[in-house]
Design a protein around this ligand. Structure first.
Ligand SMILES: Cc1cc2nc3c(=O)[nH]c(=O)nc-3n(C[C@H](O)[C@H](O)[C@H](O)COP(=O)(O)OP(=O)(O)OC[C@H]3O[C@@H](n4cnc5c(N)ncnc54)[C@H](O)[C@@H]3O)c2cc1C
Length: 309
């Protein structure tokens, strides 16, 4: 049963877990039983919180700030997880408004275990992964950017909870580097250890980690865990030839893609504000592998900045 005002619910934070140096998973419990709602894999929520943020004039500004987050846990579990990555640096001031306009850095700083937040579920019938939630698609090649595996985590937990052996998932997980810095060896890949454990445990799941900027690639110690340099198979002249979809091995598979605009379709905002359009994994799948549009689904988290590449 759910009772919500304006489709808004109240959740309490019960746990905060560090994923990588700039990412935490927050676990939530509905504040009362009437604040629980049912959801399906791929669904997202909008979080609303009051945050104190700096302005150019030096005075702090307190206002209600909202951001969307994919639900990262199984629909069958009591506790709901959201994984939040800080993309915009703490203290960044928007040059036009003269105010800090980030969310994650201030959420990490000010929102504590025990605090309550407001959440609004995305009730669009055709949300990300709805075809999987409806049982239409079961053979899945999921393409994730460095921030984009949250719905894959929900799906994997869902597969674990429901023991759906007719489902198959390959997670193609693209990150610039495995470690934040090679000396400290801080892993910079969200869910890294958990994904390896799950691949070792579940025969219908494999993970392909691909690193776009690392030179040294780790050898694998398990058939369902693969490490690759770059996002392509190369021809004998070193030219990008095929995507990594061969690891999944079914041209009819369903291909959800999740991450930033640059990852999905090569779109970035230039420092002068103009939008530049190149190509991303979506066009690669369509043009190189011949994947049909109805076999692609996408969730874009934000527009990439060219200068941050
Ligand atoms: C449907 C949906 C689901 C989402 N799910 C998730 C999720 O599960 N987890 C998650 O972490 N995020 C998710 N997001 C993105 C999320 O809403 C936030 O954008 C993200 O957490 C970053 O928050 P932020 O406060 O750091 O940056 P924001 O204020 O949200 O700004 C992000 C923007 O900052 C820009 N940026 C990056 N570096 C800099 C820089 N140096 N200077 C200035 N700008 C910079 C980026 O290009 C990007 O456009 C989702 C978004 C959508 C639309």
């Amino acid at each position: 049963m759910s009772l919500a005002r304006d489709n808004e619910y109240e959740w309490k934070i019960v746990k905060k877990s560090l994923e990588t140096p700039d990412t935490y998973t927050y676990s939530f419990s509905p504040a009362t039983s009437s604040q629980r709602f049912s959801f399906t894999v791929g669904q997202s929520v909008v979080l609303s919180v009051m945050l104190r943020r700096p302005t150019k004039s030096g005075q702090d500004d307190v206002s209600l700030v909202q951001r969307a987050y994919s639900i990262a846990s199984s629909p069958y579990r009591d506790i709901i997880d959201l994984t939040i990555k800080d993309e915009k640096p703490y203290g960044y001031i928007n040059p036009v408004s003269g105010k800090a306009d980030g969310f994650a850095a201030y959420f990490f700083e000010q929102i504590k275990i025990g605090d309550k937040v407001r959440v609004r579920p995305n009730i669009n019938r055709h949300h990300f992964l709805w075809k999987i939630a409806d049982g239409i698609e079961r053979d899945i090649a999921y393409w994730s950017g460095a921030n984009g595996a949250e719905s894959a985590r929900s799906l994997l937990q869902f597969m674990e909870d429901t023991k759906k052996e007719d489902m198959r998932l390959t997670l193609f997980y693209s990150n610039p580097h495995l470690y934040q810095d090679n000396e400290a060896k801080f892993v910079n890949v969200i869910y890294y250890d958990w994904l390896i454990q799950m691949a070792k445990k579940m025969e219908n799941f494999q993970v392909i980690f691909n690193f776009t900027k690392d030179q040294e690639i780790q050898p694998t110690d398990h058939t369902r865990v693969t490490y690759r340099k770059g996002r392509f198979f190369l021809d004998e002249k070193g030219k990008e030839e095929k995507t990594l979809s061969r690891y999944h091995g079914n041209s009819e598979a369903f291909n959800p893609i999740c991450g930033s605009s640059g990852f999905i379709n090569g779109t970035v905002r230039l420092p002068d504000g103009r939008i530049e359009r190149k190509i991303g994994i979506m066009q690669n799948l369509t043009n190189i592998e011949g994947v049909k549009p109805e076999k692609i689904d996408k969730e874009q988290y934000y527009l990439d900045l060219a200068s941050t590449k």
